[in-house]
Design a protein around this ligand. Structure first.
Ligand code: ZN
Length: 247
């Protein structure tokens, strides 16, 4: 058994190639920038970046078999992920793999499959420059909040607002306030089967949000939190004999 978390970063990888603006903000791709949050950090055994156009959409058994936590960034090509692959990711989470879904991944197939809801919300990209967002830590004792200030302020963000069509989170770590007046449950935890899912709102391909030190800290914390807990991973289900003598 390996020690340490094996991370796979799944990046759609379309914006960076189709838009010069995005390529300027994320010259090493969005996935490459997410990787910087976890690479070489304590508890992280390996970091691998895959993309939609890779063999098997970057979701082959060989990859999934060696992934403890998957980070997912997608936006304009959700529909290109095959239903079969989305289902396989969903099943892996039920079997214990962690999933951290970022920003527009609220509409990704694996996230929606795991939530059972549409993932729809309000949004606004104000005049191309965005607006101020404050992510308030509403659960300071949560491991994902470790080392953070009371709130994280992002000067230029796309607005995502309520109502966000998700099941009530098992744990709520962040709630965002936006300059335009909306709020959003922006850092949400769920248990699904043996696996854990964290949705983290910040991102957007034209804003340099993943360079923020505080945001990088959340990415690392969330990756650690979502990692499988070894030990209780094969619960027995179905028809079983009694554990004690029934006489
Ligand atoms: Zn966006």
């Amino acid at each position: 058994m390996t020690t340490g978390i094996r991370v796979t970063i799944w990046n759609e990888g379309v914006h960076e190639r189709e838009s010069e603006e995005v390529a300027r903000v994320y010259p090493e791709t969005l996935g490459g920038q997410l990787a910087k949050a976890v690479e070489g950090k304590t508890g992280i055994a390996s970091v691998r970046c895959v993309e939609l156009d890779d063999e098997g959409q970057g979701l082959t058994d060989a990859i999934l078999d060696t992934t403890d936590v998957m980070l997912w960034w997608g936006h304009i090509a959700h529909a290109r992920v095959t239903d079969e692959n989305a289902e396989r990711v969903q099943q892996r989470v039920l079997d214990g793999m962690g999933l951290v879904a970022f920003h527009s991944a609220h509409k990704s197939k694996p996230f929606r499959a795991l939530m059972g809801t549409s993932g729809n919300l309000r949004w606004r990209e104000w005049k191309g420059v965005g607006e101020k967002e404050r992510l308030w830590v509403v659960d300071p004792a949560h491991p994902i909040a470790e080392g953070l200030p009371e709130y994280i302020e992002l000067p230029h963000a796309e607005m995502y607002g309520e109502h966000f069509d998700i099941p009530q989170p098992d744990q709520q770590v962040f709630i965002s306030w936006f300059q335009g007046g909306e709020i959003l449950r922006s850092g949400c935890c769920w248990h699904r089967g043996q696996g854990k899912v964290f949705y983290f709102r910040p991102g957007h391909e034209t804003f340099p949000i993943y360079y923020s030190e505080a945001i990088q800290r959340v990415i690392l914390n969330a990756t650690r939190w979502a990692a499988p807990t070894r030990g209780a991973h094969s619960p027995t289900r179905g028809n079983v004999p009694p554990l004690e003598d029934m006489g």
